[in-house]
Design a protein around this ligand. Structure first.
Ligand code: AAO
Length: 472
């Protein structure tokens, strides 16, 4: 059954007032021509092993997990509790990390490291590399005075996300909150980031950026070498005082609203609301936005499509790559039974990733996965096809938007055309005017030929399928 949501309903889905929904603008500035991938929980040797393929299909950067020493345990989220800035973790040693950065660089893939600089571990104990610590005391790094003691909430942890002071000085999930306005804290953070840069890392995802004052992050970033990439994680929250746009001055931003909208469109088998298109769903200006289908938090909290609906995951990824909003980030991960479940690991750390690839390096999507399976979404044939499409249409605009029933399509000037049918049951006969000149075109997804005649494109689209045409 096809359903359609109004633009206002979509914005409400994303937790926003309609007035907050502004067009994203495509610009030649920034990194909009690039495509990244988050390889979640891949150990360093496994990231290195994937970089040759990533380079071949045209992925520009890979986001790797936080590399610093963390608390011990099987849960995936141990890596978000730093104990020290030693590069020794369940993903490998400092040497393995450095070798991975080099291999990826040799294949034209930049490494961006997830930097957890908002807080330290909420625990007492011995870290993965053997560092002894207690909450608020991490030997050689930070002591009690380096942390905020907010004294606003009953347990010092954030209760009210609408309150800026609480969000930025109380503890996120009870994690001891570093005070980034202190010279000692800035110096230690910069020491860590510069150490990673010295190994060839090209940039950072600032984890929990919302919980650090934008001005403190600007001060830290201004001390880093020019050209260091910064990607802020600031989840847009309705009615919250701290909004993503505050951080644009010092880096790019994940646009969560875009990912939520993709889920709505595809799962509800609907077209994009009349008069709207996906470019109007992202709020952060296109040149500063990271568009994505899913990430490691949202694939667990139900806000975005995950591998359990692999058909929609694939279609959403295709649509994102066909569009021109922001810089797309692909996502690749493992199957899990419960929220906390980490990937398979042995005493020597997270097990190597094994993608069930054919000779061409391609992995086929499966209708179901066992916990612990690596999905290897980045190796789906449709992703490689869409990266080719993206390359062929780079710099063109999205125009001639077609919306009907469950189908949605558009042209990319005189270079390409993309169309999809979101219905899970019905074949759709589509026909629309296109800016493509008359002639024969190849669908990069199926390899089939299609014609544009009399300025119109027409096709029969099977349920849950897409075409991506370029000339030839
Ligand atoms: C673990 C345990 C906890 C324990 C803690 C300390 O699970 O029970 O208290 O240890 O002992 C990860 C895991 C956590 C784990 C943590 C530390 O996710 O489970 O805690 O490691 O090991 C907020 C932050 C955002 C953060 C997110 C999880 O703003 O930065 O919470 N994400 C990053 C990482 C994440 C990591 C951390 C930070 C910590 O990506 O993996 O945690 O390093 C609203 C707010 C958001 C808020 C969310 C969730 O979002 O706006 O700011 O994110 O709620 O609380 C709509 C709404 C929007 C809402 C969103 C999501 O969009 O409009 O307002 O839905 O519901």
């Amino acid at each position: 059954m096809s359903k359609s949501l109004s633009a206002a309903a979509l914005c409400a889905t994303a937790g926003l007032a309609l007035t907050g929904c502004v067009p994203g603008s495509q610009s030649e500035e920034g990194y909009v021509d690039q495509v990244g991938v988050q390889l979640f929980m891949y150990n360093w040797n496994s990231v290195a092993a994937e970089c040759e393929y990533l380079g071949e299909i045209g992925v520009d950067w890979v986001l790797v997990a936080p590399p610093q020493e963390h608390i011990v345990g099987d849960n995936w989220w141990t890596i978000y509790q730093p104990v020290s800035y030693r590069l020794e973790s369940r993903f490998g040693t400092r040497e393995e990390f450095a070798a991975m950065v080099k291999t990826c660089g040799d294949n034209g893939v930049d490494v961006i490291a997830d930097a957890v600089i908002n807080h330290m571990a909420n625990n007492n104990g011995i870290g993965y590399a053997g560092t002894e610590f207690t909450k608020y005391d991490y030997p050689g790094l930070y002591a009690l005075e380096d942390f905020h003691q907010c004294d606003i909430t009953f347990d010092d942890s954030i209760q009210n996300y609408a309150d800026r002071t609480e969000v930025q000085t109380c503890e996120l999930l009870g994690l001891p909150d570093l005070d980034q306005s202190r010279p000692n804290v800035r110096e230690k953070i910069l020491g860590y980031l510069n150490d990673l840069l010295s190994l060839g890392v090209k940039g950072f995802r600032f984890d929990a950026a919302k919980h650090m004052a934008a001005s403190d992050l600007e001060a830290i970033v201004s001390e880093l070498p020019e050209g260091t990439r910064i990607l802020h994680e600031v989840i847009r929250g309705s009615g919250e005082d701290v909004q993503p746009e505050e951080y644009v001055a010092s880096g790019d931003l994940w646009e969560f609203t875009y990912a939520y909208a993709l889920k709505s469109y595809l799962e509800m088998e609907m077209v994009v609301p009349e008069g709207q298109d996906l470019r109007y769903i992202g709020h952060v200006p296109s040149e500063s936005a990271i568009a994505f289908v899913s990430n490691h938090d949202t694939e667990r909290n139900g806000k975005t499509i995950n591998y359990n609906n692999i058909v929609d995951f694939e279609l959403a990824t295709m649509l994102m790559l066909a569009e021109n909003y922001g810089q797309p980030m692909l996502y690749s991960s493992y199957a899990f039974a419960g929220y906390d479940d980490g990937p398979n690991q042995t005493e020597s750390g997270v097990s190597d990733v094994k993608c069930d690839a054919n000779k061409a390096g391609v992995v086929s999507p499966k209708s179901s996965y066992e916990p612990g399976d690596w999905i290897c979404q980045h190796r789906f044939a449709s992703t490689a096809a869409m990266l080719k499409f993206r390359k062929a249409v780079i710099g063109t605009s999205v125009d001639g938007i077609y919306q009907s029933d469950s189908s949605y399509g558009f042209s990319r000037d005189d270079k390409g055309l993309f169309a999809l049918n979101a219905s899970s049951t019905a074949t759709q006969n589509i026909e629309f005017e296109t800016t493509l000149p008359d002639g024969e075109y190849t669908d990069l997804i199926s390899g089939k030929k299609f014609k544009v005649e009399g300025g119109k494109f027409s096709a029969e689209l099977a349920a849950k399928s897409a075409v991506a045409l370029i000339r030839g």
